[in-house]
Design a protein around this ligand. Structure first.
Ligand code: VGL
Ligand code: ZN
Length: 210
């Protein structure tokens, strides 16, 4: 079975949000259209406690964008975002969330960040997504959402590494681009390890002909 994974379409990642991704909102109608084409749609939600170690505000004299060592792992510091239960952590109301069969939350442990939908950044704790996909005999995983250079990228890399056929729907993703070109580099890296980079129109067309 083909599965669509919708990554982090939360208010804080949309323009005007705490960690607003440029043009992040334009992917919402694209994703709504895509969801019509999949029998199984899954989602992820960045879901941090207020004391999360990835927040610059939780480290004295640190600013967003700076890099620190967080329990042995390189950590980019972010503005406070996606705090559990806050409106910023909620999915956009424009998104057809009623199509989500299950939501996998990540970034819950204050000691470690989790960009990937599968594992935390130290690959210690699983979100349960890999078992869920294997139990349902996933054929191919199609990934879309925010942000291309973080959660989409690390999810696609873990998916491929787990032996799952993986596509990233490029026009249904947008990146943070902390450094200009980060998203383009992420696309190149994903392609190099065997991720198919596809366009939503291609998917919608392909599925129409089955
Ligand atoms: C993300 C930065 C921090 C993402 C999450 O969803 O790509 N980026 N937390
Ligand atoms: Zn986060």
């Amino acid at each position: 079975m083909d599965v669509l994974l919708v990554v982090d379409i939360q208010n804080d990642f949309l323009p005007g949000g705490a960690l607003g991704v440029p043009e992040g909102d334009v992917v919402i109608p694209v994703i709504n259209r895509l969801m019509d084409r999949f029998v199984l749609v899954l989602a992820t939600q960045d879901w941090h406690p207020a004391n999360h170690g990835s927040f610059a505000a939780n480290h004295p004299n640190r600013q967003p964008g700076e890099v620190i060592d967080l329990n042995g792992i390189m950590q980019i510091l972010w503005p406070v975002h996606c705090v559990q239960g806050s409106s910023g952590a909620a999915f956009s109301t424009r998104l057809h969330t009623e199509r989500f069969a299950k939501v996998f939350q990540k970034g819950i442990d204050p000691e470690i960040d989790s960009y990937s939908s599968f594992f935390d950044n130290a690959r210690r704790r699983s979100t349960g997504l890999i078992d869920y996909l294997r139990e349902r005999n996933v054929g191919e995983l199609f990934i879309c959402g925010l942000a291309t250079d973080y959660c989409v990228r690390f999810s696609a890399l873990d998916s491929i590494q787990s032996g799952i056929r993986t596509s990233v729907i490029e026009d249904a993703c947008r990146g943070v681009d902390l450094k200009p070109g980060d998203s383009a580099a992420a696309i190149t890296q994903m392609r190099q390890v065997g991720v198919s980079i596809v366009d939503s129109t291609e998917i919608v067309r392909r599925m129409n002909h089955r």
